[in-house]
Ligand binder design. Structure first.
Ligand code: NAD
Ligand code: GDD
Length: 341
């Protein structure tokens, strides 16, 4: 049994990861600034510390002696509607960088055996993601750096931070670059949700014969990895002797309109897609349409070569589970609204 700390375990991926690590018989301590909204704490950990990891005192309490593994997933993050509007740049950079600075230093100080850091595909340069049908996200393409968001720059900085602690202080680190992870028990409303959850919610809420709004022209591309496969890939990376950074994502690239159509088909309703972009978007929301890079797809060659495993679940299978969960959430919210106490 290992003693494990999951930072950001009150969030989407951290919650799923902590649950799996606990089920495997480990002692799991979570720290997050908020409770998990969709998991009961006993289900995912042995101990839940509610605290702000930008505070070094909290980090020194959470990372105590004899910790085998720290999984660092805490970050100020969200989907395109949060990280590409420009309105949250200062907080995203300050909060996430402060957490990572604290965690790297305290992990050395307390002699943590191994640290996992969750970076993002958002650190890849924009110039390689202009062609929606042919983006390049090979790990070796990271430099010269030019991420299109401050969120991406912070991730790149923190990758380098953990690698520097590895070189100078022998901190044993593993770094993954996640490509849009989705699934149940994740953010599905409120402005921080990513495209798969947003499409499922919009389709679940829409009336028969109506239309749903999809940002941009819908031809921008992405790939999406189901959360269980992400967790499996993280655990395998941690067991390997490869430091990374390495992509963890799916290579099944789709356009955002194709993703939206998948959610519509799962709803079983006759719903049309309405793409909203340019001045129409600005007039409605007061800021430029947050579309991010034009194309992005994971490149899994390095992961396969170094870890010897590959993700295999088709997008559709993950979307079936995600739509079903979000549909339940939408139904329960509308029941509460129509039957207030
Ligand atoms: P999430 O927002 O659900 O989880 C992050 C958690 O960090 C949240 O629960 C949040 O409350 C916590 N947190 C934020 N600030 C904190 C603070 N000051 N102190 C303590 N806790 C704090 O996001 P997620 O989708 O689970 O992502 C997990 C990690 O993976 C993040 O680092 C994210 O940047 C990275 N990532 C995620 C994706 C994705 O598609 N989900 C893609 C690339 C990278
Ligand atoms: N969120 C959202 N909501 N996106 C929408 C919507 C909507 O209603 N409609 C269309 N989109 C478009 C966005 O404009 C963007 O072009 C695309 O769908 C994907 O949006 P997201 O899923 O929100 O984000 P992303 O893929 O650009 O970036 C995400 O993945 C990164 C890793 O690959 C974010 O979660 C980042 O935080 C993450 O690091």
């Amino acid at each position: 049994m290992k003693k494990i700390v999951v930072l950001g375990g009150g969030g989407f991926i951290g919650g799923h990861l902590a649950k799996r690590l606990k089920e495997e018989g480990n002692f799991v301590r979570i720290c997050d600034i908020k409770d998990h909204e969709y998991f009961v704490h006993d289900e995912i950990c042995n101990e839940f510390i509610k605290g702000d990891l930008t505070d070094p005192v909290i980090v020194s309490q959470v990372i105590d002696e004899n910790i085998d593994e720290v999984y660092q997933l805490a970050a100020d993050m969200g989907g395109a509607g949060y990280i590409f509007t420009g309105n949250n740049d200062a907080n995203v950079m300050h909060n996430s960088a402060a957490i990572n600075l604290n965690v790297a230093k305290e992990s050395v100080h307390k002699g943590v055996k191994k640290v996992f850091y969750s970076s993002s595909a958002c650190m890849y340069p924009e110039y390689n993601q202009l062609d929606p049908l042919n983006p390049n996200c090979e790990e070796s393409s990271a430099y010269p750096a030019n991420p299109d968001s401050e969120y991406g720059w912070e991730k790149l900085f923190s990758e380098r931070l953990f690698l520097a602690f590895n070189r100078n202080y022998n901190l044993d680190v593993r770094i993954a670059r996640f490509h849009n992870i989705f699934g149940p028990q994740g953010t599905w409303k409120g402005g921080k949700e990513k495209a798969p959850a947003a499409m499922c919610r919009k389709a679940a809420e829409a009336k028969e014969g109506s239309e749903i709004e999809v940002w941009g022209d819908g031809q921008q591309t992405r790939s999406f990895l189901y959360v269980d496969e992400c967790v499996e890939a993280v655990i395998r990376l941690m067991k390997s002797d490869f430091l990374g950074p390495v992509n963890i994502g799916s290579e099944e690239m789709v356009s955002i309109n194709e993703l939206a159509q998948m959610a519509i088909d799962l709803s079983g309703k006759d719903i049309k897609i309405k793409n909203i972009d340019g001045q129409e978007f600005i007039d409605k929301y007061g800021f430029k349409c947050p579309t991010g890079v034009r194309g992005r797809n994971s490149d899994n060659k390095l992961y396969k070569e170094k870890i010897g495993w590959e993700v295999s679940e088709p997008l559709k299978a993950g979307m079936v589970k995600t739509f079903s969960w979000i549909n339940e959430m939408v139904t329960s919210v509308s029941e509460i609204e129509s039957n207030p106490k």
